[in-house]
Write a new protein. Structure first.
Length: 438
């Protein structure tokens, strides 16, 4: 924090020197707001197991909000001169310096732990469950996390790897300077757990819990308080968070407006003429699809087929219904571009699970586990499954299973960075060409 504040203070004094600001009031405002924003977005909550993608997400959140905070100062400073150029240079320079330092420090510490073996934390695990064994494997394979595993403690199973029973743990922790105790909830009674927590508090040891009921506790849990009584409730996905929904919706609106204004404004008339010259029928094709919460919406495309009555039949390779112009549009995914109007209207998102046919929904909803999770969010023009090769015709049930796995992974692990990566990958795949784009 001290490094970051030093950088933004020095750079603001340099780049804003001609904006007639009162340095004392501005720096006080800037320092205070930087710290407040950092607390709100958890900017400094970076641990040895934090991923680079999470760090980038924190950086983007911090600087996006901080930019708005800096701009907001000028209307209230009567003598100040607003300069968008000066603010832009200040923000870009600050971002580059802080990102470079943060990443250098983050990767240096990881490398330092591996090479020197120092700054390691001694850890023990209570329990010998499959989850406990997997955690031990993480400690041993990810040396950059900086953990030294000292053994299991369990009353239930006898194994050479088990150091002793749970009652032997306290003395072992003290004798071997254990830093962190990981506890499998299935292997310890409430009474022993209470004693363990008290021991950890008295001896300044960190205690963490391994969720054996993985299907529940690996998901997003929200804590609500009924007066002073804590109640845990499952959140469907991160994308149900109102703030996250607002961020994603804002991105969708801006991105769709950009495409509509700068691309579709001239492309629609050109393609309309070419479509009409080749075959009779409307320029646009619309089809009812299941959207968020299975509410029907009309998905728009450029018409790529001869007018026919088989609207619920998926396009296949060498499909005789596809026109020559349609083949070109499908190969380059141009037929999907009108869906940016669906995005603007709030029926779709730029990135999300692709909307299936109603017939596919009915056929696979009861067959494939977690199929209906894809309806927790708005369908997308492109998605993780599409950029990973699972687009187009469903030839086997395995194709659909793989598509759903990737859709669910996207929903449960969403980030704005992931959305941007998927968009770039989609554009790259269009130029590279895809086998199933027909």
């Amino acid at each position: 924090m001290l490094f970051d504040l030093t950088i933004i203070t020095g750079l603001s004094l340099f780049f804003f020197r001609e904006l007639n600001l009162n340095p004392f009031y501005y720096l006080l405002y800037q320092t205070f707001t930087w710290i407040i924003v950092a607390i709100l977005v958890k900017y400094y909550e970076v641990y040895r197991f934090t991923t680079p993608v999470e760090i980038v997400t924190k950086l983007i959140k911090q600087f996006s909000v901080f930019l708005l905070v800096v701009i907001a100062f000028f209307p209230f400073a009567k003598t100040a001169i607003f300069s968008g150029k000066a603010i832009a240079i200040f923000m870009i320079t600050s971002f580059c310096i802080i990102v470079t330092f943060k990443y250098f420090w983050f990767f240096y510490l990881k490398k330092y732990r591996i090479v020197t073996g120092s700054n390691f934390r001694n850890a023990v695990i209570i329990g010998f469950t499959p989850e406990a064994i997997r955690l031990k494997e993480v400690f041993e394979t990810r040396k950059d996390y900086g953990y030294r595993f000292l053994g299991y403690f369990s009353d239930k199973k006898q194994n050479p790897e088990i150091k002793g029973k749970i009652e032997d743990l306290n003395q072992f922790v003290i004798d071997n300077m254990v830093d962190e105790i990981y506890c499998s909830l299935n292997e310890i009674s409430n009474e022993k757990l209470k004693e363990l927590v008290e021991f950890a508090d008295d001896n300044k040891k960190a205690i963490k819990f391994i969720p054996d009921t993985k299907e529940i506790f690996s998901k997003n849990l929200k804590v609500d308080y009924y007066e002073l009584f804590p109640v845990l409730s499952l959140q469907k996905t991160q994308l149900h968070n109102p703030i996250i929904k607002g961020v994603k919706r804002g991105f969708d609106v801006l991105f769709s407006l950009f495409v509509i204004v700068f691309l579709l404004s001239w492309l629609i008339p050109v393609l309309a003429i070419l479509i009409k010259l080749e075959s009779k029928g409307p320029v646009f094709f619309k089809q009812g699809r299941p959207g968020m919460d299975e509410e029907e919406f009309f998905c728009y495309k450029f018409r790529s087929m001869q007018v026919n009555g088989f609207t619920e039949k998926e396009a296949s390779k060498n499909d005789p219904r596809v026109t020559k112009m349609g083949k070109l549009m499908r190969k380059t995914s141009m037929d999907e571009l009108p869906q940016f109007f669906n995005v603007l209207f709030g029926e779709m998102s730029v990135v999300g699970p692709r909307p299936h046919l109603w017939s596919q929904n009915k056929a696979y909803a009861s067959k494939i586990k977690k199929y209906m999770i894809r309806h927790y969010v708005k369908p997308g023009i492109t998605g993780l499954a599409q950029v990973k090769g699972f687009r187009g015709e469903i030839e086997t049930e395995e194709d659909m299973v793989n598509r759903i796995k990737l859709d669910v992974f996207y929903i449960e692990n969403w980030s704005l960075i992931m959305d941007i990566k998927i968009i770039f990958q989609t554009v790259f795949n269009i130029f590279k060409g895809e086998d199933k784009a027909y």
